[in-house]
Design a protein around this ligand. Structure first.
Ligand code: SAH
Ligand code: SF4
Length: 370
């Protein structure tokens, strides 16, 4: 199979075109078509000479995601289910900024992207891992999630407001969270290259500080990421502040127990000088006891981390439950009282299967991939 053009950096494409004895600026023109105009065909790249377009088409694939379904309404959380070339399904979630909150313009959006089909890590509460791991996503399949959502948005805007309001180069997504299906750090090379492309001024143009990678705790890769020349934000899916709780929820903790995870996180924090986020799903009767707050406070303090409490989203077929709201608030208050920066996700949007992996699971079970 041909390499996909969306897996190439500007430098790589320049080198390729140099070997074809083409002027260097042709590579920039191609990137402009891909990332500013978001075209999906070679024919649309009208300022390239015909023979060059033909050769590009011959040497590179130009892949586009196919939308299967979308859930949710505009101005709220919207979830996209995509079909890949081999029929596999993945999800991306588009989350608008809360306009009322800081008086921010409501055109700011966060996109949550997937990095694998399924997941091998088998966390007990998660829909993504329920049917196991199928494969890593390619660089272009990660990059395309942003482009496909932006194309979809531009088409919607055209439908609603006519041509005048649509600037094809206007960017919808200015925040990226790598928290969709899959364990991003288990697809390290493809992830890093995709983020390089999405971060580049000639590519996605999303600042590194606006990109958050979430991991279940792969310690060697956390250290490796710390040594990369990027200021990505790191979120760690903690969900338990003791090995006893974490072992029960996350098999990965047996390989990299909390002591090791904390050391790797500390290393990341020291290298980047940035605040880490600890994600903590509240599950009734499992990790929501107030006795869990003391070890959590200690860990957050040591890592200079903030804690993001997320009420558990029910997953069909799993027995776990979300704690009552008073219990959630009590847990939050206990953290805050001891000086930890913590937030509790209170907004709705969970009625649309907002936890990644759920929409795909449902679709695969009702309507197996063709
Ligand atoms: N594999 C990575 C990134 C994808 S999971 C990781 O584990 O961090 C993204 C986040 O969704 C994680 O914090 C995960 O624990 C959380 N999550 C998974 N299932 C959930 C559920 N049912 N309810 C709430 N959050 C869930
Ligand atoms: Fe995989 Fe993350 Fe789900 Fe765990 S929480 S099974 S690591 S996607």
């Amino acid at each position: 199979m041909n390499r996909d053009i969306k897996s190439q950096t500007l430098e790589e494409l320049q080198a390729e075109l140099r070997a074809w004895e083409q002027p260097a600026y042709r590579a920039s023109q191609v990137m402009e078509w891909l990332y500013a105009q978001r075209v999906t065909t070679w024919a649309a790249m009208t300022n390239l000479p015909g023979p060059l377009r033909e050769r590009l088409a011959h040497e590179f694939a130009l892949y586009a995601l196919a939308l299967v379904t979308k859930q949710g309404d505009a101005d709220a959380t919207q979830k996209f289910l995509w079909r890949l070339a081999d029929g596999a399904l993945i999800e991306s979630v588009l989350i608008p900024a809360t306009p009322a909150l800081y008086g921010e313009a409501s055109d700011r959006h966060t996109l949550c992207v997937s990095t694998q089909v399924g997941c091998a890590y088998g966390c007990q509460f998660c829909a993504s891992g329920l049917d196991g791991w199928k494969r890593n996503l390619g660089v272009e399949e990660i990059v395309e999630q942003i482009l496909a959502v932006e194309r979809w948005h531009a088409a919607e805007a055209r439908l609603r407001g006519g041509e005048a309001r649509t600037d094809p180069a206007a960017r919808l997504v200015n925040n990226l969270v790598v928290m969709g299906m899959g364990e991003p750090l288990a697809n390290y090379e493809h992830l890093l290259k995709a983020l390089t492309i999405l971060n580049a001024p000639w590519g996605g143009g999303i600042g590194a500080r606006k990109i958050t990678i979430s991991t279940s705790g792969l310690c060697p890769q956390i250290r490796r990421l710390a040594d990369e020349p990027f200021q990505f934000r790191l979120a760690i899916s903690l969900h338990g502040a003791t090995d006893a709780v974490r072992d029960r929820l996350m098999p990965v903790n047996r390989k990299y127990p909390l002591r090791e995870l904390a050391a790797a996180a500390e290393y990341y924090q020291a290298r980047k000088g940035r605040m880490i986020t600890l994600e903590y799903i509240l599950i009734a009767g499992v990790n929501d006891g107030l006795d869990q707050t003391a070890p959590l406070v200690e860990l957050a303090g040591r890592l200079h981390a903030k804690v993001n409490l997320i009420p558990y989203n029910h997953v069909e077929g799993l027995a776990w439950e979300r704690p009552a709201e008073v219990a959630q608030e009590a847990f939050l208050a206990a953290l805050e009282k001891r000086g930890v920066a913590a937030t509790l996700r209170r907004e709705k949007g969970h009625d649309i299967d907002a936890a990644c992996g759920q929409l795909r699971l449902k679709t695969e079970r009702v309507r197996p991939a063709a």
